[in-house]
Write a protein that binds this ligand. Structure first.
Ligand SMILES: [Zn+2]
Length: 50
């Protein structure tokens, strides 16, 4: 499982609520949790200003 992976700081898993356990798989373009193994697509919610 060697490849491009970046840990995401300050993000919390929406499934198990574990903090700093998410890492970004740049190859597949998804985020996976190291705690529960839950994977989800990375949804850009940044810049949501209303
Ligand atoms: Zn999790």
């Amino acid at each position: 499982m060697s490849g491009l992976a970046h840990f995401l700081d300050g993000l919390r898993c929406s499934a198990c609520g574990l903090l700093n356990a998410l890492w970004l798989d740049t190859v597949r373009g998804l985020v996976e949790c190291q705690g529960c193994g839950q994977s989800a697509l990375l949804v850009p919610e940044i810049g949501e200003c209303e």
